[in-house]
Design a protein around this ligand. Structure first.
Ligand code: ADP
Ligand code: MG
Length: 345
């Protein structure tokens, strides 16, 4: 009797030790996925099980959206260009519809169809080069919105050579998916950082706002220029300084103006969008960098009406000026800002 009581007691101890170890706080997650460093910190609620689930979701998103991987689901659609409609995951059709909406809202500054032009420039590959005007014209002829057909479950690129590239929106989507997983697990607070697509969940332990650094586009080590204090939201920055090549003393970066097929020359070095939806913030930060600061702030109210009420913008320009939405007044400052000022509009 006594022996079996002990045996049961021991078994219970082992079982509870196992449960404790499953639920034990784990190191924050850091992996390379979506062509960048992805990190997720769920603080006291961060367990191995949670991070494993997030890791799997990130790799799955990569397998879906990587336009450079011929085995991705996006590549299957691209391979059928000019042939016929392909079945498409809901996540792909969803992002295409939002891309179209952002494109419409920004006068065509965002396009999911830039694949042929992106390939031509080869930015971030060993084949990076400056194409000539004829090549750009030819590639641009394969980026027409009317040649893309999205139905409930299929996508059709009507012309051969057309190519979807969702690099301007997929990381934001991934951020929202990760946030969904954290919420399902009732995580109280977390920071998600997918290569500059940042999202904050909940509040810091002491109840104060999160502090988010916004990089100095001119700092070779990516030091922060601005400090944003914020409650739960997503902060996404697109910059001309991350991916580029240089030729004959000129810099060619990876955000292309769909109107010209060339790197955007709006004078903005970095555009930050703050929004509860990271997917929307990602697409908009790319599009608004193309449009430039003046257009961004004159479009702000229309964008809030059409795309999301809770949108704020920060533009850091090549001439050193910094513009931000009035909604950020009081929560945005320079890290070392003696004498510099932010213009709110
Ligand atoms: P990053 O991915 O470096 O954080 P962005 O979110 O701005 O930066 O996305 C840039 C990527 O989006 C490019 O590498 C390219 O794949 C794609 N892209 C470039 N220009 C545009 C554009 N005008 N509209 C939509 N996608 C774009
Ligand atoms: Mg983007």
């Amino acid at each position: 009797m006594k022996a079996s009581f002990f045996a049961r007691g021991a078994a219970l101890c082992v079982l509870s030790a196992l449960l404790v170890s499953c639920a034990r706080r784990s190191q924050p997650l850091t992996i390379i996925a979506l062509d960048t460093v992805c990190s997720v910190n769920a603080f006291e609620d961060g367990t191995k099980k949670l991070y494993d689930e997030i890791e799997e979701a990130l790799y799955n998103i990569e397998d879906t959206f990587d336009a450079t991987d011929s085995n991705s689901r996006l590549s299957a659609i691209n391979a059928a260009a000019g042939i016929g409609p392909s079945p498409a995951d809901e996540s792909i059709t969803e992002l295409l519809l939002l891309s179209e909406k952002v494109g419409r809202g920004t006068g065509g500054a965002f396009s999911p169809l830039l694949g042929p032009v992106i390939d031509l420039w080869g930015i971030n590959t060993a084949e990076a080069r400056v194409p000539d005007a004829r090549e750009i014209e030819e590639a641009l002829s394969l980026t027409k919105a009317e040649d893309l057909e999205v139905t409930g479950g299929t996508v059709f690129l009507k012309k051969r050579g057309m190519k979807l590239d969702l690099g301007g929106i997929a990381k934001g989507y991934a951020c929202d998916v990760v946030r969904g997983i954290l919420e399902e697990h009732a995580v109280k607070r977390a920071i998600i950082d997918l290569g500059g697509n940042i999202a904050f969940l909940g509040r810091k332990e002491d109840g104060t706002d999160w502090i988010c650094g916004i990089k100095d586009p001119n700092s070779p080590n990516g030091e922060p220029l601005l400090k944003l204090e914020t409650a739960e939201t997503s902060v996404v920055t697109s910059g001309v300084y991350e991916r580029y090549f240089e030729k004959d003393g000129r810099r060619y970066h990876h955000i292309l103006d769909p109107a010209t097929g060339r790197p955007a020359e709006s004078g903005v070095l970095s555009m930050t969008v703050i929004s509860p939806s990271s997917t929307l913030a990602d697409a908009l930060s790319t599009a608004l960098l193309v449009l430039g600061a003046d257009e961004t702030f004159s479009l702000s109210d229309t964008l809030r009406r059409e795309l999301g009420a809770d949108l704020s913008f920060i533009a850091i320009c090549g001439d050193g000026s910094v513009y931000a939405s009035r909604s950020l007044e009081g929560s945005l400052s320079f890290f070392n800002g003696a004498g510099r000022k932010i213009s709110y509009r």
